[in-house]
Design a protein around this ligand. Structure first.
Ligand code: NAD
Length: 252
């Protein structure tokens, strides 16, 4: 029960990595604000947390919108009484080189992944600084430390998240706020399922994804949740500004 008495706001909590993190936070004693663009997905995750014995509320928001981000923080504070942990996990992808990516797609990816992380952190920090305590964990990617072919916008956005993580960590290290990010490799979530569904030969595409993994398998959402919870817990009290690779050796 590492998080007994703590409140965690998790974005993108309706699916995949965010859902796994929200459920585990609840199982380890946190009160969880499960936020997602999808109202039904957020509600389903909050229900899972409650069934696992935790306290949870479901919030609907588009993290690329400032008013939504400020409302998320206000609702969390009003309904759960505090905001100890923020997990900026909501994200979207886009396939393509710079030449293949139109400006609107580039903007959309930057708006959700980078602007969302910026806006929600900006909304959450004052309450953390006021109490001289808080933790932010961002979900970056191996695309935050490596160039990934045909993922120009996504790679740019995830590098920006790593940069923002490091800058915020230094800016707020004396405020009692730690800021870190995880860099997942390929993780078997609905996100990857959707990508594979679009492939000409989904089983062959999955086999190709697995073949490039040193461990011979994709990551699991629960393995990403474990890293997020470590960085959110007091066990990582001397860790700030780090980009933690959780990639089964992909970048080794
Ligand atoms: P997912 O698609 O299963 O879940 C993402 C969730 O985010 C969805 O429920 C979606 O509704 C929500 N979301 C999307 N846009 C939003 C917005 N504007 N506001 C609020 N919520 C929004 O994806 P996942 O695989 O769990 O990915 C979660 C994070 O992990 C993303 O930031 C992604 O870039 C990152 N990541 C995933 C992988 C992977 O292989 N799955 C690898 C590296 C990094």
């Amino acid at each position: 029960m590492r998080f007994a008495g703590r409140v965690a706001l998790v974005t993108g909590a309706g699916s995949g990595i965010g859902e796994a993190a929200a459920v585990r936070f609840g199982a380890e004693g946190a009160a969880v604000a499960a936020a997602d663009l999808s109202e039904t997905a957020a509600a389903a995750t909050a229900e899972r947390v409650r069934k696992a014995g935790g306290r949870a509320i479901a919030l609907t928001a588009d993290v690329s919108q400032d008013t939504d981000c400020r409302r998320l923080v206000a609702q969390t504070l009003a309904q759960l009484g505090a905001l100890d942990i923020l997990v900026n996990n909501a994200g979207i992808g886009a396939v393509g080189t710079v030449l293949e990516t139109d400006e609107a797609t580039f903007q959309k990816v930057m708006d959700v992944n980078v602007r969302g992380t910026f806006l929600l952190s900006k909304a959450a920090l004052p309450s953390m600084i006021a109490r001289k305590a808080g933790v932010i964990v961002n979900t970056a990617s191996i695309a935050g430390v490596r160039g990934i072919p045909e993922r120009a916008a996504y790679t740019a956005s995830k590098h920006a998240i790593v940069g923002l993580t490091r800058a915020m960590a230094l800016d707020h290290v004396r405020d009692g706020v730690r800021v870190n990010c995880i860099c997942p490799g390929t993780v078997d979530t609905p996100w990857v399922g959707r990508l594979l569904d679009q492939a000409a030969d989904p089983p062959a595409a999955r086999a190709a994804l697995v073949a490039r993994q040193p461990m011979g398998r994709l990551g699991r959402a629960e393995e990403m949740a474990a890293a997020i919870l470590f960085l959110a817990s007091d066990e990582s009290s001397f860790t700030t500004g780090t980009a933690m690779l959780v990639d089964g050796g992909f970048t080794a």
